[in-house]
Ligand binder design. Sequence first.
Ligand SMILES: NC(=O)c1ccc[n+]([C@@H]2O[C@H](COP(=O)([O-])OP(=O)(O)OC[C@H]3O[C@@H](n4cnc5c(N)ncnc54)[C@H](OP(=O)(O)O)[C@@H]3O)[C@@H](O)[C@H]2O)c1
Length: 348
Amino acid sequence: MSDFPTKTSQWVIDSCTGTSGLQLQHDIPLPSIGQHDVLVKIHAASLNARDIQILANKYMWGVTTPVVPLTDCAGQVLSIGSSVTRFKAGDRCASTFHSKWISGNMKSLAQVSQVGAHTDGVLRHYAVFNEEELVKIPSHLSYEEASTLPCAAVTAWNALFGGSTPCKPGDVVLTQGSGGVSLFANQFARAAGAKVIATTGELGGEREAVLEELGATTVLSYRDSDWGIKAKEATGGRGVDIVVEVSGAGEQSAKAIRLGAQIIVIGGSSGSGPSMFDMRSTMGEVRRITVGSRDMFEDMNRAIDVNGIKPVLDPKIWGFNEVKKAYEYAETGNHKGKVVIRIVEGST
Ligand SMILES: NC(=O)c1ccc[n+]([C@@H]2O[C@H](COP(=O)([O-])OP(=O)(O)OC[C@H]3O[C@@H](n4cnc5c(N)ncnc54)[C@H](OP(=O)(O)O)[C@@H]3O)[C@@H](O)[C@H]2O)c1
């Protein structure tokens, strides 16, 4: 008779109709642990813009309901299958976003598959994963901090270091807004010896202060119709080397860059990124990305470890029974840092 749990509580999205489509379920049987599987006690999970889009039925990659939501979690390995080599009981780990994308470039659409959208996700107390779908987490991070890494941080890492011309010391990186991806991009760029110019919608407030604390030397308002030109002026007229483009404000980004720079297109809340017309006089490169591979996640974790980087969390941490409120809060856009759900009470 095993001492390990055989059932879990979990949240499920029944229908993508806002928080009314979220249901809490109890005593759901866990699958048996196969040869290559790992049983994980999930301590914390975090929300991404993607999760809000899923619940509103606006997610570009689609959703297969019913599904346990969320891709991002951190927890502890309780037991392992007989052939597992990557983990042992007691290891602290995090989930991966594209669980079938291990290394190199994405080679098939099957690798786009995401837990929490196409297969069951991590908003539950226990889950069984294939060992290939997890990474170990940096020892200086709490579970809550580490739960914010799989989507936003890996995306920022891929943007800066996953292409053919990685960010290097002395580069100028432009980030947009103070959301999850942008704050991580700010931290990674600074750790790589780059300078950061940031934008936000709220100058003079807490968001600007956070960006400056992380090392941004200039913070501009993206509500200013000329912010692209002002970003270029802040480089002494040379232009920025890399834009981490989360907003889709391509016309402005193209005005900010130096000749031959890169714009990494990630999100599109206010546009779809630079057009060829925007880019015509820049000789620049546009790269569209989707999060990153497991190898990128592991490379990033080494950098987080060596540089002592700590994710920025919103001060309010939500409980497992407050999931609907956490979603509603994230949807308002009032969060300052990552929105985290504590799954094990008393665990950080
Ligand atoms: N392609 C991918 O792999 C990938 C991965 C992750 C995320 N994304 C996408 O990237 C975007 C950001 O994700 P996130 O997780 O960082 O979101 P988030 O944490 O919810 O933050 C969104 C931020 O966007 C900023 N913002 C709003 N309107 C803006 C505008 N017009 N111009 C510039 N910034 C604006 C706001 O910054 P202020 O509060 O400072 O004003 C806000 O904090 C979303 O669209 C998401 O879907 C894509």
